[in-house]
Each structure stands twice: as structure tokens, then as C-alpha cells.
Write a protein that binds this ligand. Sequence first.
Ligand SMILES: Cc1ncc(C[n+]2csc(CCOP(=O)(O)OP(=O)(O)O)c2C)c(N)n1
Ligand SMILES: [Mg+2]
Length: 284
Amino acid sequence: MEGAVRTVRGSNMTLAQRAWNIRRKALLMGEVQGQGYIGQALGIADVLAASYFHALEYRAEDPEWEGRDRFLLSIGHYAIALYAVLMEAGILPEEELETYGMDDSRMPMSGMASYTPGMEITGGSLGHGLGIAVGMALGLKRKKNPALVYNLMSDGELGEGSTWEAAMSGAHHKLNNLICLVDFNNQQADGKSTEMLCSEPLEAKWEAFGWHCQRVDGNDLNAVVAAFDKARAVSEPKPRVIIFDTRMCKGVPFLESREITHFVRVEADEWSKALAVLEEGKPQ
Ligand SMILES: Cc1ncc(C[n+]2csc(CCOP(=O)(O)OP(=O)(O)O)c2C)c(N)n1
Ligand SMILES: [Mg+2]
């Protein structure tokens, strides 16, 4: 328990506090523009906290350090969530928060590799992150670089054929330096993922494709951390996937209970209300 909630990055801030900070920063950015994929950001905040404050190797002052673990945001529309954790990690300066989504900002609404330090790929065209991750992982292996490649993708991307081609080739090349993270929020543009194009039984599917697979509650920090640790410790020569079941809008109950859609509507006066509600749940 203790090991799971405490960050390994030289501060005594807990992962729960990090996740809360990520949610707060994402809400502040959403408030700036009056919109944003906030449901996704609130849902994935725990996974991002564990990624950047427990699992990944990187140097905040040198985002292109050759030895860094690569974190690919296949889902470009989750950019607001990644900016929040990049700021929390010190890779992006917090002063830029208010520029989110503006002309000339380094933080456009969809993730763009050429704009933002720490944004490894331009990922808005869904279904391509895993293929890029396979190529990167293969390249790192050939260069004898021990860095890991993490690819964060969505449940909607499980409906893309390119995802499964990439999965097959990752296993073929025995990419034990590749960890795929699936945000299973059971939502996509037109409704619930399980009703649009059901990918179940998901664990059996990944395993049949030759991957080591785990499935955990993505809003349970202890389970998330344990899954990262296990994924890194696997000795079999195969790529690893962790499916995170997450809850959209997690941490802001009045949004959680709203009829959840891909683009959660937040009225102009509700951003400050959401921040106030989040404040009530601030971890000690
Ligand atoms: C190849 C491709 N097809 C369609 C889209 C349009 N699109 C943007 S987000 C989205 C929803 C995809 O599902 P998921 O990523 O699970 O959505 P969320 O959980 O954020 O609702 C779609 C279809 C796209 N960006 N790329
Ligand atoms: Mg989804």
C-alpha cells in the first residue's frame, strides 16, 4: 500500500496528490477555452500519475534525452490530459497553462509532436499509435537502447484493424520493451464501445495475439501501480498490455453522473463549480 501511493521521484507527494493535481490542471485548461475532452482527462489521471511518477524514466529538463522511456499518446484528443501531467512533471512550464488551445500556443487542442516538448507523436488519427510504438520499440532494441515504449490508446481504437496488425507484429518481433496501455472507458464517439463494436473477450484476444495481458481498475492507484510493476517484471519475450477500466469524469461527481458522452458538455459556470467540487475531495 505504502509503496503504491508514494512517488519514487524525489518528492514526498503521493501519487493520489499527483493525480489530483493533474485533474485540477486539466480543469483549469478546460476553463480557459470553455471546452475540452475533460471526461477523458479526469478518467485517465490516475494512470498518468502512475506513468510519470512511478513507472517512466525521463529527464524533465531534457525531454529528448536518448535514454528516456517513450510515452506515445495515440489518442491525440486526450492532449489536455497529457499537458496536465507534463506540467506536473516539470516538462512543460505551468505558466503556459493559460495559453491552452490558443493560436501560437505550444498546447493545441489535439496533440502535435512538433509543437510540444514531451509529445512524442501526432496521434489524432486514431489507430496508429501502436504501429508507431512497434517501430520505435524495434528500433530501440536494434540500437541496444534499454528504454521502454509505452503507448496509450483508447477502447475506440480497438475497433481499428491497424491496431491488431500492430499487435501481431509486436508479438512476432518479441518486443518485451513495449507496454500498451488501453483506456477502457467504454465510450466512443457514437456511444458505448461494447455496443458499437464489442472487443470482448479482450484479455483472451490480446493473449491470442501473443501478448502478456492484465486488466485492472484504472482508478484504483494501488492496482494501477501493481500492474505497471508486473508489466515491467514479466520475463517472457513478449510485449505487454494493461487494460485499464476507467470512469469518465472521475473525481467530479456531478459530471460523473451526467449522461456520459464522448464530449462531455460543461456549461460556462460549471468549470469553477467542478474545481470547487474537486477541492472538496483533495487528498491529504
Ligand atoms: C481514424 C479516425 N477515425 C475517426 C476519428 C474521429 N474520432 C475522434 S475521437 C473518436 C472516438 C474514438 O473512441 P475513443 O477514443 O474510445 O473515444 P473516447 O473514449 O474519448 O470517447 C472518433 C471516432 C479519428 N480521430 N480518427
Ligand atoms: Mg473510449
